[in-house]
Design a binder for this molecule. Structure first.
Ligand code: ADP
Ligand code: MG
Length: 655
């Protein structure tokens, strides 16, 4: 069946999972598998979760509890043992169940009453074999099982893309067969083979693209006639002196921009190391040469922050700066777009909106993306620009270990900012037990008395039955009891609307809120200089890199700042943070201790999202893929392979 033949409701649900067509659907891979094996009736203990099959012994009876809820009861014969079964909301199956109908039930076993409270059932026998059940990330309104059924209904032909000799070299399963196997596993051995083939293909194509870009790195780009003296004068006019690493980064960028070759540079530096000003200088260089610049931030808050900052910095230079975000009125957007096309705007700052289809630049020369956002390939092709492809600068506060960087960013040049601006005091980080809460509150109180502000982080929004951890709403209550009389407390979390979030964030910026209780949604780049304390509850729940980034929200000027990590467990791991403020070191440690999931976990966008491969776990495959793709490119054989050629050209805009 074809994708667009599914009913509309299903298509809507799938869209929430970012599945927009048949290909998306069949490559929506399970994130784990469950082994389902028939329980043996004589070996069951009371309370076991069981899966058991037999034949209907006594016809079902359905009770309607209310309009929306019914309960069906029947008896099942399992090799002579009779079990009672109850299951909710399956009344619709009643007419299909006759005496002797085969039934498999999944549920909880009650030994004394010889009874199963089932949560699932199927009208078939399980058989003796172990079944491997794929589990998918699902969303409200569609279950993992439904996703699997939809995928199995979708039969489209899938061809091998990567060259056949590689299939032979590693004895890989053909792609079509692999896809069937991962959604409908026949055995663990074959499933593993299928997954390996898909991972290899994914990583091969990724590395092929990276290497192709690298090969074309010295591609012709814009050259700019900009005098060094003008840049130096601009730098002198800034309210502070650049650090040495900032100066080096500026030099790198200046050289790139005047070189006549296309820039593709990654600017890495810890939170607060001062990447933004470097990007503004790049924008200034580009402006002097007469080209437009675009600066893309991952969120509205950050876009607005950049916008306000750049207005200050460019105040006396007659540079026109525009702001474009998704939530602006259509009429406002239209005006901005018109100005942009007429070259009345020199610098456009915004969110993803910058590269939507109707935004056309007059002579875009430079694109900068802030905070961990590497363009997805699709976005890269979306530069609607008259003229040559722009230079590109990526900024990231999540350094990744060198070995990985060389591979994953192989197509880019890298500038690192390792030193913090002078006068900055290291954030003092303290690890506390839950039993030491009095002292923590005392420390918070001290900051409040100084009219400083405090961030408080909780891992979840509201109380959850399953996991015992601090949540925003509980903390709000507790903090109101402790501090409500002396200061204002605000909350921020991901379920709030964008507008609500912005409002709270702005009030915090204006010091109208002293304590901000939040999940990790507070943005990486948010700059509130007066905030001097970060308190993180249940901090063991976070990776070191995430904690380090959270901590980077404080210590943004010469005030001594503090980070208090609260946890009774994993103290050794957390102590890495009390010992160092070096983001590069921390990311290495994170890799060793937690396996990088955290580092790549935050890169939720752009090229880094793999559907089945996991960079760290599949690092060996990645290295093979790297080697193979280099060899393949060198051989020039790709030039005859239409699928690959299209993939490289379409997806990398280097046509
Ligand atoms: P990040 O690298 O995290 O994006 P920012 O660019 O937001 O860091 O810089 C953090 C703060 O440090 C900003 O308020 C910025 O104005 C300030 N800053 C940047 N460079 C310097 C410097 N060389 N000396 C003093 N302050 C600086
Ligand atoms: Mg920043």
């Amino acid at each position: 069946m074809e994708f667009n033949k599914f009913n509309e409701k299903i298509i809507k649900q799938l869209e929430k999972l970012n599945i927009k067509n048949s290909i998306d659907l069949i490559t929506y891979y399970p994130f784990r598998y469950e082994l389902v094996k028939r329980s043996i009736i004589n070996e069951l203990n009371d309370g076991d979760n069981i899966i058991i099959d037999g034949y209907c012994e006594k016809l079902p009876v359905v009770y309607y509890i209310n309009k929306k809820m019914n309960k069906m009861s029947f008896k099942i014969n399992i090799g002579g043992n009779i079990l009672g079964v109850a299951i909710y909301n399956r009344g619709f199956l009643k007419s299909k169940i006759k005496i002797g109908t085969p039934i498999t039930v999944y549920g909880k076993y009650d030994l004394k009453h010889q009874f199963v409270t089932a949560n699932n059932m199927e009208l078939s026998l399980l058989g003796n074999e172990t079944r491997i059940v794929p589990i998918y990330h699902s969303t409200y309104g569609i279950t993992s099982k439904q996703i699997n059924i939809l995928i199995r209904k979708t039969n489209i032909e899938v061809k091998n893309i990567i060259p056949e000799y590689l299939y032979k070299k590693y004895n890989l399963l053909p792609k079509g067969e692999s896809i069937i196997e991962v959604h409908n596993p026949s055995s663990i051995v074959k499933l593993n083979k299928a997954r390996a083939a898909l991972k290899y293909e994914e990583l091969f194509l990724f590395m092929l693209k990276i290497n192709y870009l690298k090969m074309n790195k010295n591609m012709i780009g814009l050259s700019r006639n900009v005098k060094r003296k003008d840049i130096d004068e601009f730098v002198m006019s800034l309210p502070f002196n650049l650090t040495m690493d900032q100066t080096k980064a500026v030099n790198d960028i200046y050289k790139d921009l005047i070189s006549g070759k296309r820039m593709n540079r990654l600017l890495q530096g810890d939170v607060g190391s001062g990447k933004t000003i470097v990007s503004f200088i790049a924008i200034y260089i580009n402006y002097l040469a007469g080209y437009q610049s675009a600066l893309m931030a991952p969120t509205e808050i950050l876009a607005v922050q950049h916008f306000n900052n750049i207005l200050k910095i460019f105040k006396n230079y007659g540079i026109n700066v525009g702001l474009l975000t998704g939530k602006m009125k259509t009429s406002e957007k239209k005006k901005i777009c018109a100005d942009l096309l007429e070259n009345k705007i020199d610098v456009l700052i915004g969110t993803h909106a910058l590269f939507t289809n109707n935004v056309m630049y007059n002579n875009l020369g430079l694109v900068i993306t802030d905070e961990q956002h590497r363009f997805g390939v699709r976005e890269r092709t979306n530069f609607k620009n008259k003229g040559i492809l722009p230079d590109v600068l990526y900024m990231s506060a999540t350094p990744i270990p060198r070995t990985y960087a060389l591979t994953l960013y192989g197509d880019m040049d890298v500038s690192n900012i390792k030193t913090m601006p002078s006068g900055r005091k290291d954030v003092i980080t303290i690890l506390k037990n839950e039993s030491e809460m009095r002292e923590v509150l005392q420390r918070i109180h001290n900051e409040i008395k100084l009219n400083h502000q405090v961030y408080v982080i909780a891992p979840s929004i509201e109380e959850s039955e399953k996991i015992n951890m601090e949540n925003v709403y509980d903390l709000e209550e507790k903090f109101n009891q402790a501090f409500g009389k002396i200061c204002k407390i605000g909350i921020l979390h991901g379920k709030m609307s964008g507008k609500e979030k912005d409002e709270i964030m702005n009030r915090f910026k204006d010091n109208k809120i002293a304590i901000l209780i939040s999940t990790t949604v507070i943005e990486v780049g948010v700059d509130v200089k007066n905030a001097t304390m970060m308190v993180i509850f249940d901090s063991y729940r976070f990776g070191l890199s995430t904690l380090h980034q959270l901590r980077g929200r404080v210590g943004r000027n010469d005030l001594q700042s503090y980070c208090i990590l609260i946890s009774n467990v994993e103290r050794e791991r957390l102590n890495v943070l009390t010992n160092t403020n070096d983001g590069f070191k921390i990311s290495e440690e994170d890799f060793i201790l937690r396996g990088g999931g955290d580092i790549f976990g935050v890169r939720q966008s752009g090229d880094m999202v793999f559907k089945i491969a996991d960079i760290r776990r599949d690092y060996k495959i990645l290295l093979k893929a790297k080697e193979d793709s280099e060899e393949y490119l060198k051989s020039n054989h790709y030039l005859g392979n239409k699928a690959i050629e299209n993939f490289l050209i379409e997806e990398t805009d280097l046509g």
